[in-house]
Design a protein around this ligand. Structure first.
Ligand code: AHG
Ligand code: MN
Ligand code: MN
Length: 337
């Protein structure tokens, strides 16, 4: 029986009922995250009419200029979730260190990791952007949250997903049993199930990479991308190139249609020897989603989900999407061709 049109809250409660001894803590976390996303979506959709464009004048831990909407999204999620009593800490792309849930708020077993606004460079030009989130369970029963509790492998995630603020606002998430998409109906303010049990095609015909970095890539990466442009690659036709510049948007398109997104190591660019994307806030959550949808995510050599972060803001090369495409990329990167 299809659950098409089910609200996200109903979906969470249905999943909760299937888990023995579930306390409802996870459902609480997710329902507040949904409220935060609705607030962010509203600001995104009226950006340009109010002074939410542009920069705050601050620089984040990556040395990047912080956009007002980055900060708005970051603060909104923190404000909504810190009173839920189910979190002990938040890790954000926009904060250098672990943000422990402070007194007087009560704490719980979950750690939220987030990229509050992904694709910031696209805010001012009306191209879709997103929010990426990931949930881990802490290892200790109580006390201060340690770095070791935060630096967990992606395979240890309890849940992961993203919101995409595009032609419509969608939420895609997984708790490990299937990947499900919900579309926001602004007139009723509800996310309704629109994409149940998403499965990414085993192989696609789309490649997504910023070719402006071509001269910074290793030879094997260049050979792979050159191969994709030959008729042999796509059984008689070259692959199609699509690159939005918002990871969530490029990822979401490939999740539904198949294909590969790449952000390779820029070995000749001292600023990006391991590429640009963050392991904890971007690569691991999307790797969890894509693998639960039948796809695969790699750093070019090994599964993203097997990589234990060395630090909160570690960057990692990312090859993610249809399993056959990502495996082919790994073969080229091993020099096997
Ligand atoms: P963020 O806005 O969170 O910093 O992420 C931007 C990322 C990602 O969304 C996108 O895939 C990538 O930056 C684009 O980088 P380039 O402009 O270097 O291609
Ligand atoms: Mn990002
Ligand atoms: Mn961001």
């Amino acid at each position: 029986m299809s659950s098409y049109g089910m609200t996200i809250i109903e979906h969470l409660l249905m999943k909760q009922q299937q888990i023995p001894f579930a306390t409802g803590a996870f459902s609480r976390l997710m329902s507040e995250l949904v409220v935060a996303a609705k607030l962010i979506s509203r600001e995104v959709n009226k950006a340009g009419l109010v002074d939410i464009y542009g920069f705050t004048g601050e620089i984040n831990v990556y040395g990047e200029q912080v956009q007002k909407l980055d900060e708005y999204a970051h603060k909104t999620i923190i404000r909504r979730l810190r009173h839920t009593g189910v979190l002990c800490a938040i890790i954000s792309e926009e904060s250098a260190d672990i943000m422990e849930i402070p007194e007087p708020f009560s704490r719980g077993p979950y750690i939220l990791v987030m990229d509050p606004l992904d694709g910031s460079s696209n805010i001012d030009v009306n191209i879709s952007i997103g929010t990426i989130f990931s949930v881990y369970r802490r290892k200790e029963e109580g006390g201060p949250v340690t770095l070791d509790e935060v630096l967990q492998k992606g395979s240890e995630q309890v849940a992961a997903g993203y919101f995409i603020y595009g032609s419509s606002t969608m939420m895609v998430y997984t708790t490990g049993q299937g990947v499900h998409g919900f579309t926001l109906y602004p007139s009723i303010g509800e996310f309704l199930l629109s994409h149940e049990n998403i499965q990414i095609p085993k192989r696609g015909k789309i490649f997504s990479v910023n070719e402006g970095n071509y001269n910074y890539w290793d030879e094997n990466v260049r050979e792979y991308v050159d191969y994709l442009k030959t008729p042999e690659a796509g059984d008689g036709r070259p692959y199609t190139s699509r690159y939005v510049g918002s990871l969530v948007s490029d990822f979401h398109r490939n999740l539904l249609k198949g294909g590969i997104f790449m952000y390779p190591a820029d070995s000749k660019d001292p600023k990006k020897p391991h590429g640009k994307l963050r392991l904890l806030c971007e690569a691991s959550p999307l790797a969890f989603v894509v693998e639960k949808a039948g796809g695969y995510a790699s750093n070019g050599k090994k599964p993203i989900l097997d990589i234990k972060p060395n630090n909160i803001h570690e960057r990692v090369p990312l090859y993610i999407g249809s399993v056959e495409d990502v495996k082919m990329a790994e073969k080229f990167l091993r020099g096997e061709r």
